[in-house]
Design a protein around this ligand. Sequence first.
Ligand code: 6PG
Length: 506
Amino acid sequence: MAQNASADVGLIGLAVMGQNLALNMADHGFKVAVYNRTRSVMERFVADNPGTPGGLVACASLPDLAAALRKPRKVIILVQAGPAVDRVISQLLEAGIEEDDLVVDCGNSLWTDTIRREREYSGRCLFFGSGVSGGELGARYGPSMMPGGQASAWKHLEPIWNSIAAKVDESSGRPMETAEPGKPVRGGMPCTSYIGENGAGHYVKMIHNGIEYVDMQLISEAYFLLKKLLDLKSDELAAIFAQWNQGDLDSYLIQITAEILRQPDPADPDGFLVDRILDAAQQKGTGKWTSGNALDMGIPANSIAEAVFARCLSALKSERVEASRQLSGPAFSYRGDRRELIAAVRDALYCSKICAYAQGFQLMRQAQVEYRWKLDFASIARIWRGGCIIRARFLQKITEAYTRDPELVNLMLDPYFEGQIREGQAHWRRVVSLAAQAGLAAPAFMSALAYYDGYRSEFLPANLLQGQRDYFGAHTYERTDQPRGARFHLDWPHPKRPQIPIDSGG
Ligand code: 6PG
């Protein structure tokens, strides 16, 4: 156990993400001091990974870790989000972490916890929050990283983050692959950039996950509609997704979808694994946080919420099995052109995806007002082009849209995306109506279309709704012929209530 203060960075929490991030840093020449609550895990990890360029320093305790680090110390925490993060910070403070040392939470923490922690630990350490996306492979070979906290702290982290993040080719925006796994990519633009103060990094990571939920749900709906309407087998569906991955839909999630669909079932090589996976989705909560935040701020992120509810509905598996025997739906068989339907589903997916991103960016636009951040949307889209779960060719277009107009009110208003929806919407509407006719649930396609149609409508029926509110609760309304903000109330001519005879008791 080397205890001279020579390590560049410390890492606490050697679960899958922690191990991979530690190895990524060590591959890039950083000397990494590692600690895990269960000592044997740390010892095995260090023993199994000799000879990395930077090297790993085994630390049996947190005081050991503090002693192993050069000043100002930089300690990354990768433990379960929630109370465990506070526990580790308290232990670090007892172990000798000082005011000018950085404690960096890289978990999926709630952004308001990060805001609170930065305040709470101020003067005792420099607390910093960074979102990290890309799963275990991303952590190992290049994630997308969304750092938020004090700018003075960021300058100490920046060289590490720039080294270990995924890289994209700046002109094309395409991710750069490592020549060999584990060999650092040279050149390219790192998929990380300072997001803003306190919880901004974790907030943006949460929005990433909200979009991820919709992306996954849309792909699953496309799969389901094609499977049901065209009676396609899994490998035939895989070929369609692989084909889509050659065009505008090119993305990590479409790519892995094709791979998942063609995977044979290890228990039955004649069948496909996906056909044996139970249709009951789980979730850890970041989509729920995004939707809750949308409701709190009054921002319509209905596709994100719908994607969360779609998971909730799927999880009611036994209830659905029962209901399927009782509740009726239409008998429908698709008799149209098969190729045309595949193209239509592709367009529906693409248009709905634009809406999901529009909602995510609309949330960030509002959050920066609520939390006094100054978010750079082009930069956020830029760092999502590689490394993260939602990485996609499409993000280059979003980068360009926000570069053209940093104040863009809604992504759908950008000329490129407006044109894309104009071209794809006939197909999108066709798919939504086919789903309704066939009785196939496609909530994300449908809610995205409702968002689009609602957003582009000069008139919505909220006039009647306001009338109802004023009628029963005197909640007032604004008038179309009066300035905004002027409020009116009518003493509505309520029909006389029936007179109830009073029993005099005599
Ligand atoms: C990422 C992912 C990751 C997330 C998992 C599981 O960006 O690497 O978003 O952070 O935790 O995808 O999330 P759910 O369990 O909620 O699906």
